[in-house]
Design a protein around this ligand. Structure first.
Ligand code: NAP
Length: 259
């Protein structure tokens, strides 16, 4: 067997269908590209059409199969409509990546119910509803991969964790609950845990070079994360070679969490 065939047997996503929320920007866009280039047909779900279109155009120009759905995941109706549209593109998904997320960061004393509710809706309830929509079908078909993108703040408080940290802590618990429910039927559920990644999400923090340097210094590798750092881990967790990995949190953080 050639090395290429062996690697393809372990990691190819040929014939799989993936849905990636938040797949039009930052970490989600890198994951979308990785899954599509590894062979999956990928549906990208987010709100802004220009970003969705440019993500899909880049991939289709390379010969990948990709489609986009504009949906607002902050409402249950938006999630449900987006899920149906996403499934209509290439069929029911084998892989669901919940990467859409918001971090509004008000100080705790100013954290109101509106920020709390919106944060929970996008970061936690949408992944739950999408799991309810797609998880049982994956289990029935005997193969599924659900990947949530959480945060260091699921584990430790810093830079005004607030509602965001709580939502991501919940998402890691959801990872385990869904793994408990569906792993006996071939569906693995895991979380990717980023460190500080240079994306539009934290553009405000990035405007402070001292803060950026101090976050890089907290890693063992000595730099902050880049969206492409998630490509290999996502392909692994989406593919057949991760069949015995479930209910886990995989830190892709340059060692940020290791000390
Ligand atoms: N960057 C970091 O340092 C870091 C660290 C830890 C965890 N994370 C997590 O990683 C994930 C990706 O973050 P990122 O840094 O790549 O952020 P990003 O570049 O801001 O991307 C966020 C994505 O989520 C989508 N989104 C946001 N609100 C949405 C809504 N209501 N409905 C549908 N889509 C929505 C955005 O598209 P639209 O705005 O067009 O809807 C965009 O595609 C998030 O879950 C974040 O919490 C990031």
């Amino acid at each position: 067997m050639s090395a290429q065939t062996y690697v393809a047997e372990l990691f190819s996503l040929e014939g799989r269908v993936a849905v990636v929320t938040g797949g039009s920007s930052g970490i989600g866009r890198a994951i979308t590209g990785a899954l599509a280039r590894a062979g999956a047909s990928v549906v990208v779900v987010a709100r802004r059409e220009a970003e969705l279109r440019s993500t899909v155009d880049e991939l289709t120009a390379e010969g990948c199969r990709a489609a986009w759905v504009s949906a607002d995941l902050s409402t249950s109706g938006g999630v449900r409509a987006g899920a149906e549209e996403a499934a209509a593109a290439f069929g029911e998904p084998d892989i669901l990546v919940n990467c859409a997320g918001i971090n509004l960061r008000p100080p705790m004393t100013e954290l109101g119910e509106d920020v709390w509710d919106t944060t929970m809706a996008v970061n936690l309830k949408a992944p739950f509803l999408l799991g309810q929509r797609f998880g049982p079908g994956m289990a029935e078909r005997g193969y599924g991969r659900i990947i949530h993108v959480t945060s260091q703040q699921a584990h430790r408080a810093f830079v005004s964790s607030g509602a965001y940290g709580v939502s991501k802590g919940g998402l890691e618990s959801l990872t385990r609950s869904q793994a408990e429910a569906w792993s006996p039927h071939g569906v693995t559920v895991n979380s990717l845990v980023p460190g500080f990644v240079l994306t539009p999400l934290n553009a405000h923090l990035q405007s402070d070079p001292e803060k950026v340097a101090s976050l890089a210094a907290r890693t063992l590798i000595g730099r902050n994360g880049l969206a492409d750092d998630f490509a290999g881990a996502a392909v692994f967790l989406a593919g057949r070679s991760s069949a015995y990995v479930t209910g886990q949190s995989l830190f892709v953080d340059g060692g940020f969490s290791a000390h």
